[in-house]
Design a protein around this ligand. Structure first.
Ligand code: GAP
Length: 444
């Protein structure tokens, strides 16, 4: 993880927030390569969920919602972590993350000092809206995007004429006052979620739950993730969230071990039932294809962390490889083996020399390609060094313009993964890159 954190900073993927002031815990900034990667991961998810599913539409709800939302959802009452403090060294722990032995003996795992009693700590960030800081002005930063979907479900049925079963997808920021934030961007106080809520007829929920588990697993396979680094974890009765009847996590083998990447939950009619109760509005669905039967739909939720997906993709792509090119057997390279659909830079155009018109020719190629792809241009330093820089940024294709290019209008296309080079006519580059992206299969 240290190597990934340092590469992320060095190459402009992720920086610590407010670094010049000593850093802000639980918050991170996405640099030029990071924002491109994050956007591509979000776009891949959005395409999968909306474009490829006729029965799913999108939404972008506000982060600030009526405070009753969070009473109805159960978050005010139940969204808590058990917390203990050390009276001696002042360290703070989640009680469920220290050993049973330490907890019963009330012994600090770090300094053996005495621990306080366990107390419940609500994870929602609370602030005030308007000039008065009283209880009437309390407002929360949303801890999940899901509730914005539930309270809009009737609007969407009415405006988009969706019929059950159907889904609503949303990507957006969420905030949690996490007690323990470590492992880089894995668990943070400000993060982004990609959530989809699928509304089904009561009784059809188990079947749809199994279906969505299958679809979400297949999605990661399509993204080219190492499938032996993914596994299922079923929530036991003690682990289930207050809204869930059944829940499975897709876990990824991060450098610190197996951890949750995405949750798939059967939330039953809990959320809509509670919002109906708290708002006094009728949130029943009228099933016109079923003798106008009225019911509160059950909800199957797929909930993935976008920023956690960024970390997963970085870890999954990271590789160090000993390469023997240029006759140097000791040469190592760091390479990010991103799927070309996710790579922040799709292709880099590199003139072998700055002189003799090669730079101008390379600039023309870049100009042509950037209409369709994210293209970088680099003319600084030896060509081998430039390849290494692109490998480290995860650029799948390098296009080198050399003296032969001037003679026959071809360039070399270098593949990041195999480091193989082939000659391609300049006129065919766009079509060739498109084809390479479409048919990409990870081999290493
Ligand atoms: N709406 C359901 C929900 O929020 P969750 O299991 O609490 O369920 C879903 O969160 C996903 O959001 C997690 O699988 C994880 O990827 C991401 N996530 C949750 N808390 C996070 C945090 N503090 N930092 C980064 N990502 C987080």
């Amino acid at each position: 993880m240290e190597k990934i954190t340092s590469l992320a900073k060095r190459r402009g993927f992720v920086y610590q927030s407010s670094e010049i002031y000593g850093g802000q815990n639980g918050a991170w900034d996405y640099g030029p390569l990071g924002i491109e990667l994050k956007n591509r991961i979000a776009n891949a998810w959005w395409k999968e969920m909306t474009q490829l599913h006729d029965d799913i539409v999108g939404l972008d709800a506000a982060i600030l919602m009526h405070p009753r939302t969070w009473e109805a959802s159960g978050h005010v009452e139940n969204f808590t972590d058990p917390l203990v403090d050390c009276k001696n060294c002042k360290a703070r722990f989640r009680a469920d993350q220290i050993s049973e032995e330490n907890l019963t003996a009330k012994k600090c795992p770090e300094c053996n000092g005495e621990l306080t009693d366990t107390r419940k700590f609500n994870l929602m960030f609370k602030t005030h809206i308007g000039p008065a800081e009283d209880t009437a002005s309390i407002i929360y930063l949303r801890p999940e995007t899901a509730q914005g979907i539930y309270i809009n479900y009737k609007n969407i049925i009415q405006s988009s004429r969706m019929k059950i079963p159907f889904g609503i997808a949303q990507i957006g920021k969420a905030f949690r006052n996490e007690i323990v934030t470590k492992n880089f961007i894995f668990r943070t106080c400000e993060f982004e979620q990609m959530e989809m809520q699928y509304f089904v007829k009561p009784g059809a929920d188990d079947e749809w739950f199994a279906e969505w588990r299958k679809r979400r697993w297949n999605y990661y396979e399509k993204l080219g993730i190492k499938m032996d680094h993914l596994r299922w974890h079923q929530h036991g009765p003690g682990e289930l969230a207050h809204y869930a009847k059944e829940a499975y996590d897709i876990e990824y083998l991060f450098p610190m071990g197996w951890r949750e990447l995405e949750g798939i939950h059967n939330r039953t009619d809990y959320d809509l039932g509670r919002h109906a109760m708290y708002s006094g509005k009728d949130l029943q669905y009228i099933d016109q294809e079923n003798n106008s039967a009225r019911y509160i739909p059950f909800i199957i939720e797929t909930s993935a962390g976008l920023t956690r997906n960024v970390l997963m993709i970085l870890c999954d792509a990271y590789d160090e490889e000993q390469v023997a090119d240029k006759g140097n057997d000791d040469d190592w390279r760091t390479v990010l083996r991103f799927h070309p659909r996710l790579a922040p830079i799709t292709a880099a155009v590199l003139p072998l020399m700055k002189k003799d018109g090669l730079a101008e020719m390379a600039q023309d190629i870049r100009k042509e390609l950037k209409e369709d792809f994210a293209v970088d241009y680099d003319q600084a330093g030896a060509i081998g060094r430039r390849y290494r820089r692109q490998d480290e940024a995860g650029t799948p294709f390098c296009i080198t313009v050399d003296y032969q290019s001037k003679e026959d209008g071809t360039v070399t296309l270098r593949y990041r993964d195999s480091m193989e080079q082939v000659r391609v006519p300049i006129a065919e580059l766009t079509a060739r890159l498109r084809q390479e992206i479409k048919t990409y299969k990870r081999t290493k």
